[in-house]
Ligand binder design. Structure first.
Ligand code: P6P
Length: 328
């Protein structure tokens, strides 16, 4: 068997994925191909995002997605690019997108399902704030060739084969896990490659950053208000970008907690289980962190609807434990 050389900083994503595949002699390479298909779409999207101010792709389209949120032009472009790359790549049998009401059936013979938020935080596009793509990968439960059914899609987060995000920020980073740790790759435009820059990311167990939209303070339940007051007593720093991937990534690297709780306005929270909470929960846990909806481990929640929402407490393990201790 080919000698497995531990990847070093500077390794390209493609080489890293191929190296990892060597650890699994029975791997068929399909997941590797799928990850590369996603990376390709995000490289193209990175170009679109970086010129958003220069060409007419800012602003909203005047229509709304299933969430009732104004669809931004770049939202739709991102959705189209991801769907095209995944379809052309040939590895997915179905795609669940935040931008599409219904499941997109692709290739009945393929094994994988992708749940994605093609461009999260898109309301920030016009004001130059970082935005992100979030993806989650499952293996279908039905046999190839059979029609894809809802059970193939509505799987618990603990069944994820892989999950990740791309942060289009001061630099563009892809962070993902396949269940064997978390690694980060920074896009090098001169090479057109994602390059390993953050090997085996570990989430600090403690932190001094809390991320929650305190504008909702009066609509939060008392335990959330009490935890916010605890954070203030501890003199933690309040950091809330209003872009989930940005807030999550900063907390992953520096230590911190992100909370989007249920409230009067959002009785189930705002964030979506299938393609936001589950994907980030996989990364959080694989890096030593924690993710809960306030009473249940995110990755244990049995989904019942494609676009269902969930409250989210995610980040440094001891901070999440402390926040949950305020909730009966
Ligand atoms: P609010 C963006 O719309 C998003 O889904 C996340 O990226 C972000 O963290 C959250 O919503 C912001 O929501 O209600 O605080 O504006």
């Amino acid at each position: 068997m080919q000698k497995i050389i531990a990847p070093s900083i500077g390794t390209t994503l493609d080489r890293f994925i191929k190296n990892r595949q060597l650890h699994f002699p029975y791997a068929t390479g399909e997941l590797s191909q799928l990850l590369q298909d996603i990376a390709l779409a995000c490289k193209i999207l990175n170009r679109d995002v970086n010129k958003a101010g220069l060409v007419d792709i800012n602003g909203d389209l005047g229509n709304f997605n299933i969430q009732g949120e104004a669809q931004q032009k770049l939202d739709v472009i991102a959705d189209d690019r991801m769907i095209r790359a995944l379809t052309n790549g040939g590895q997915v049998c179905a795609i669940l997108s935040e931008e599409r009401d219904e499941l997109i059936e692709v290739n009945n013979e393929s094994h994988y399902i992708v749940a994605m938020d093609p461009l999260d935080g898109s309301s920030n596009i016009d004001v130059g704030v970082s935005i992100g793509t979030i993806f989650s990968i499952y293996r279908r439960l039905s046999e190839p060739g059979e029609p894809v059914n809802t059970k193939d899609v509505l799987q618990k987060g603990k069944n994820q084969i892989a999950a990740g995000y791309v942060l289009y920020g001061s630099s563009t980073m892809l962070v993902y896990t396949t269940g064997y740790g978390v690694n980060g790759f920074t896009y090098e435009p001169s090479l057109g490659e994602f390059v390993l820059s953050h090997q085996n990311i570990r989430s600090p167990e403690n932190g001094k950053i809390y991320s929650i939209n305190e504008g909702g303070y009066r609509s939060f339940e008392n335990p959330i208000r009490e935890y916010i007051n605890f954070c203030k007593d501890q003199k933690y720093s309040a950091r809330y970008v209003g872009s989930l991937v940005s807030d999550f990534h900063r907390n992953l690297i520096k230590g911190g907690i992100y909370i989007y709780p249920k409230s009067n306005q959002a009785p189930h929270g705002k964030l979506r289980l299938m393609y936001e909470a589950n994907a980030l929960a996989f990364i959080a846990e694989q890096s030593g962190g924690m993710a809960s909806d306030g009473c249940t481990r995110i990755m244990e929640i049995q989904p019942i609807e494609f676009h269902q929402r969930s409250p989210l407490f995610i980040g440094s393990k001891n901070m999440v434990i402390k926040a949950l201790s305020y909730i009966d």
